[in-house]
Design a protein around this ligand. Structure first.
Ligand SMILES: [Zn+2]
Length: 253
């Protein structure tokens, strides 16, 4: 009996934390095109220490280093255009509203309240505007911005993190994930399985597969944490199965 109980707890542990990723909102809108372009505003980005062209090139490298590696998702990110839009004075949601449909707009400004601390180097979001899904990323162009101290590797990783938000993802509890809330203390050269699972969940190749997957376990949202949806896929009944089987088969041994 002791062995069965240990087996039960081990099995439960393995199944408790399959997903750590969260979503930006309980049911974020999805981009409806397979290809999503990332455009850049005409902001000067003078306090970031980089030219807009340089940042745009880093964005393209970031796209190919991170999210475009997820072949299990239908989404393909592409470098777009410089557009004649300024993000001056806009918060992330207001800038997203300025994006073209099914596209993400990136700009630099000092208007986001959190940028005053300097350590918040960028923010990303997405939403539904005029019936179309649009996203935005704003890079901290405040005089205190620590963006200028970052290496190219770090910038590629943080742009990919903000792109994750612009695609509809929240933070992950998995410290190895790109979508972990902080990139400051680690080197992030690639994504974790949790990031792959997150994007594949939002943008599956075949939606019917997700329907089948969703029926296998209990899924609920917990709104208590930072307004983000939290995933629980505990497979509790599945975890009980080995214990029940052990009890049923015990008379045979
Ligand atoms: Zn974040």
């Amino acid at each position: 009996m002791k062995r069965q109980i240990i087996f039960f707890f081990l099995f439960s542990f393995v199944n408790q934390k399959i997903f750590s990723f969260t979503l930006l909102s309980p049911n974020p809108p999805r981009y409806t095109t397979g290809e999503v372009y990332v455009d850049f505003t005409n902001d000067s980005c003078s306090q970031t220490g980089f030219s807009p062209q340089y940042l745009f090139n880093l964005m393209e490298e970031s796209i190919n280093q991170f999210w475009n590696k997820v072949s299990s998702a239908r989404l393909l990110l592409l470098k777009g255009d410089f557009v004649d839009v300024s993000s001056a004075g806009l918060d992330p949601s207001s800038l997203a509203a300025e994006a073209r449909g099914n596209r993400i707009l990136v700009g630099c400004n000092d208007a986001v309240a959190a940028f005053a601390s300097g350590g918040v180097v960028a923010v990303g979001t997405m939403g539904q505007f005029d019936g179309e899904t649009k996203g935005s990323i704003i890079i901290n162009d405040h005089a205190n911005s620590e963006f200028s101290t970052l290496s190219d590797d770090k910038i590629r990783a943080l742009l990919a993190h903000e792109l994750g938000h612009a695609l509809g993802l929240g933070h992950s509890e998995n410290v190895s994930a790109l979508m972990y809330y902080s990139l400051g203390s680690k080197i992030q050269e690639k994504m974790s399985q949790d990031d792959y699972d997150a994007l594949t969940y939002l943008y599956p190749h075949n939606p019917r597969l997700m329907g089948l997957g969703g029926s296998c376990g209990t899924i609920s949202f917990d709104h208590s944490k930072e307004g983000e949806a939290k995933w629980y896929q505990s497979y509790f009944l599945l975890a009980l199965l080995p214990l029940l089987m052990a009890l049923l088969l015990r008379p045979l041994f």
